[in-house]
Design a protein around this ligand. Sequence first.
Ligand SMILES: Nc1ncnc2c1ncn2[C@@H]1O[C@H](COP(=O)(O)OP(=O)(O)O)[C@@H](O)[C@H]1O
Ligand SMILES: [Mg+2]
Length: 322
Amino acid sequence: MSEALEVRGLRVSYATRSGWRGAVAGVDLRLERGAAHSIVGESGCGKSSLALALLGLVRTGGRREAASYTLDGRAWSLERPETLRELRGRRVGLLLQESAQALDPRLSVERHLRAALGAAREGAGRERVLELLARVGFDAPVDLLARLPHELSGGMRQRVQLACALATGPSYLIADEPTASLDALLARRIVTLLASLVERERLGVLMVTHDLAAAAELGGALSVMYAGTVVERGPARELLLAPRHPYTEALIAACAAREPFDEPLRGLPGAAPQGALERDGCAFAARCPLARGACRSSRPTLLKLAPGRELACPPRAEGAGR
Ligand SMILES: Nc1ncnc2c1ncn2[C@@H]1O[C@H](COP(=O)(O)OP(=O)(O)O)[C@@H](O)[C@H]1O
Ligand SMILES: [Mg+2]
């Protein structure tokens, strides 16, 4: 049996005054157990919409559809409430950026974890709470039990959140910008921790990030998104060393210059589109130094370039193997 979470033809759209607007425009994605997969791209390209949809979630005003959704070899219907409950509660955990807001300021660490474990009775589940805290790297978990969220650092809160996400024993974890509010050192710790969960516990980890160094550190696969589609995919470290898509090159250059992705990328004209583009042609053509006529008239599809490498850029794909 293949142990993987696999979605095909995933689309997410949001209702606007002028009708439905695409945010994820037909993405295929495979996350294996015991493997990592990172998603990078500028703000607004659909990363969070994609990540949430993998849990069957959609933000207010949104809708999602997928041609197929398979978990560990079994097809799942994202339309049935009972399958969604099992998916979110047991199979796939979620870790969000805003850990500070996600924790209840009135509840201790122990109460958060007991709630996540479903051990509501006072005193119940203490051993399991301590075990979870140890799994996310706390050396002296007992000292933490009575603490309130504001008594913890940002990095500690994020690890408590991670412990909550792991409480139901999921096989997969979706982490949306898990390091965004942390300084470089703490961010690195979280990524190292995620990598160790992949290695030691065979967790399948999907990480959305602005940080290419974090994607390289986590390893596994990397998908680069632009305007709701994946434009390049491959083994993270290999792809970052030898990018093929002009957009990936621009992202890497911006990261090297320490420019935040939320700013317009300096090396490129124009701004990142918000959501998918309706017009024909490559969504990136307007900003691309390599664009030629055909790029503006037909939408490139993601094609296999080499084993494990995929690229949606015909001018570059033709040059493959040169
Ligand atoms: N609840 C919503 N209602 C309307 N539009 C939304 C909503 N959430 C996200 N969007 C739009 O969908 C696009 C993708 O958003 P998102 O998935 O959050 O991207 P990312 O995580 O890459 O920044 C953006 O254009 C954003 O404005
Ligand atoms: Mg996001």
